[in-house]
Design a protein around this ligand. Structure first.
Ligand SMILES: *Cc1c(COP(=O)(O)O)cnc(C)c1O
Length: 231
């Protein structure tokens, strides 16, 4: 099941790349494994997945030690400052940096452990009340301020688009995130890359790829529905 799902998602990503005239090697699939048991992650691993996304520190800490070491773990959920110490130096990238205070905490831990942490700035492009992330207007200021902190590498932007029936409704938000990344890139801020655009989930990743996503985060489309309302 999981292997077939992954193959289907990869095929759809490839098709979206073709439609958009993009080189597919720039697009990476993150399997979002939150709430799913380790056995299912192993299945995905055996089908070739090396990037996994989790949204809770506790769950990450439990899964990490029992799964292969070459997995790149992506922290994609809201991160509390007091939990930063558990994941710095362990995860590949933190997608959900939504304040300077959080960036400062990551920097402090990174310096302490003598590592560099790759981060993305989370932008609430659609300005939904229920979602974390800075506004489009605030993003550049956060990039500038975060880039000055030691031990942090700003790699790009992340957004969670609204839940919609028709993925076309989210195209405008993906376009806007891409434009924002180009605007920030054009400012030539020291220590800021805009190589990564993390956008697109099960319902809308094809559209996100057409609009420039470099990471898509797919959970349900690989592992099936989650029980309860766990975003
Ligand atoms: C849960 C989650 C996803 C995956 O959602 P699906 O709709 O199951 O693909 C992607 N990104 C974030 C930040 C999430 O929390």
């Amino acid at each position: 099941m999981i292997r077939e799902n992954i193959e289907l998602v990869e095929k759809k990503i490839e098709e979206a790349c073709k439609r958009a005239g993009r080189d597919c090697s720039q697009v990476h699939l993150i399997a979002v494994s939150k709430t799913k048991p380790v056995e299912m992650l192993e299945e995905a691993y055996n089908a070739g997945i090396r990037d996994f996304g989790e949204n809770r520190v506790q769950e990450l800490m439990e899964k990490m030690p029992v799964l292969p070491e070459d997995i790149r773990w992506h922290m994609i959920g809201h991160l509390q400052r007091n939990k930063v110490k558990y994941i710095v130096g362990k995860v590949w990238m933190i997608h959900s940096v939504d304040s300077l205070e959080l960036a400062r905490e990551i920097s402090r831990e990174a310096v302490k452990r003598q590592v560099t942490v790759k981060i993305l700035l989370e932008v609430n492009v659609a300005e939904e009340e229920s979602k974390f992330g800075v506004t489009v207007k605030e993003a550049c200021g956060l990039a500038e301020a975060a880039a000055k902190l030691p031990g942090i590498q700003v790699e790009g932007l992340m957004t969670i688009a609204p839940y919609v029936e028709d993925p076309e409704e989210n195209r405008i938000y993906f376009k806007r995130l891409k434009e924002l990344s180009v605007d920030i890139y054009d400012k030539n801020i020291d220590n800021v890359n805009m190589n990564v655009l993390s956008m697109g989930m099960t319902g809308d990743y094809s559209v996100a790829v057409e609009e420039g996503a470099t990471y898509v985060r797919v959970g349900t489309g690989i592992f099936g529905e989650r029980k309860g309302m766990v975003l």
